[in-house]
Design a binder for this molecule. Structure first.
Ligand code: PLP
Length: 401
């Protein structure tokens, strides 16, 4: 079974347990943040592979430019112009190896030693790891101290699946500092399309990051970075130094796929698909472990959960793997150490909804075993979750049609 995301908690053996979970037969995976295989357009991608491989001159097997395939960049620019990035052209787009490389390039451009980055209290673990590798000090997004730059997910946050408030967006722009806007889940806002990106309001300071990993498939590793003009040459030099260019074959396949299929019509289907799963998982958790707090996500692949006891998460994950279910321990997402109840992310994206009841029963058994004797953090109901005041309270989405 596929896995990803070694977390900042590796030293605690979480990574070893996660890998063990992946190799456990019959385990139901509620961790990892992987898209559903059922949504990979396999036959269409196979057609595109064949077509680009047999094309005259085989450009898909040849070297390309560091910024990427022009026709693919044009398609990305056209899509983003529709989202509000007016006037964007192919020349503004760098095709990257997924959103991860786009964040890495933007960070490399912006980071200097001893500098700081503003992040939400819970954030994307591989970005947090990246910032740590640059020696960046983390500051709360809401801190009055001004960080050198910020990293945010305004449309759909990971892990919470929330959306940044208008007030927060305005406050961030008013700081007039660079921002990395990670829109990895932007197309999967359930009530989408997502609002105009921050980059539409301040294209001189906002680096915009996107990806086909969540809406097409992550294996091709095709993402993009829009760099404000004054940093563009530097970003391109760094991209070339890192890997010369993104994979020609993967770019050609995505380009061919986009030329032949209506990607925009695919998105509402995906949003409905994942929203239904979010609702099914939420109901299953409510039934199996009513004392856990969470909010229905507005988009993305996961539900962020606060339990009602402070339990060693390694012990909990070990018990869960023994019960043949997995989850993402919360500390990997926490930007700074916090006291309080154990937290976790449960993903509804990969496992089948028919498995959710069984998965949450297993999780409840593991939780009871792990929490035996742990200090109780008080019983609370859904809706009282601690949440950044920069993230909007979810408005209960209408039932998926
Ligand atoms: C918020 C966020 N940003 C970026 C990425 C990286 O995506 P990609 O597969 O395009 O590198 C992920 C992957 O899980 C993510 O959750």
């Amino acid at each position: 079974m596929a896995m990803k995301r070694p977390t900042a908690s590796d030293a605690d053996g979480i990574d070893a347990l996660t890998r063990r979970a992946a190799a456990t037969p019959g385990l139901i995976q509620l961790g990892g943040g992987l898209p559903s295989e059922a949504q990979f357009p396999r036959a269409d991608l196979a057609d595109s592979f064949l077509r680009v491989l047999t094309k005259q001159g085989a450009p898909a097997l040849q070297y390309g430019w560091p910024e990427g395939l022009e026709s693919l960049r044009r398609r990305i620019a056209e899509r983003l112009a529709e989202r509000g990035l007016r006037g964007l052209t192919a020349a503004d787009v760098i095709v990257t190896n997924g959103a991860q490389q786009a964040i890495a390039l933007a960070t490399q451009v912006l980071a200097g030693s001893g500098q700081s980055v503003a992040v939400d209290a819970q954030s994307y673990p591989s970005a947090l790891d990246l910032f740590a590798s640059h020696g960046l000090r983390r500051l709360p997004l809401t801190s009055p101290e001004r960080a050198h730059f910020s990293y945010v997910m305004p449309a759909v946050t990971n892990p919470g699946g929330g959306t940044m408030t208008k007030v927060a967006r305005a406050a961030l722009l008013a700081r007039r500092r660079p921002v990395i806007e990670d829109d990895a889940y932007g197309d999967l806002l359930f009530a989408g399309p997502a609002p105009a990106p921050l980059a539409a309001s301040d294209p001189k300071r906002v680096f915009f990051v996107g990806t086909f990993s969540k809406t097409l498939c992550p294996g091709l590793r095709v993402g993009w970075l829009i760099v404000p003009p004054r940093w563009r040459r530097r970003a391109l030099r760094l991209k070339q130094a890192a890997d010369l260019q993104s994979n020609s074959l993967a770019q050609a396949v995505v380009d061919d796929y986009l030329a032949r299929h209506d990607f925009e019509r695919r998105l509402p289907v995906l949003r409905r698909f994942y929203r239904r799963r979010a609702e099914r998982l939420a109901s299953a958790v409510r039934r199996a472990i009513p004392s856990w707090r969470f909010e229905l996500p507005a988009g993305g692949f996961g539900v962020w959960i606060e339990t009602d006891a402070a339990v060693d998460e390694r012990r909990f994950l070990q018990a869960a793997v023994e019960e043949r279910v997995s989850f993402d321990p919360g500390t990997g997402f926490e930007a700074w150490p916090t006291r309080g109840p154990t937290t976790l992310r449960l993903c509804f994206s990969l496992a089948r909804p028919t498995e959710f009841e069984e998965a949450t029963r297993r999780l409840a058994r593991a939780w009871r075993r792990a929490a035996r004797g742990a200090p109780h953090a008080g019983r609370a109901r859904e809706g009282t979750l601690r949440r950044s005041r920069w993230i909007a309270a979810p408005t209960s989405p209408a039932p998926a049609p």
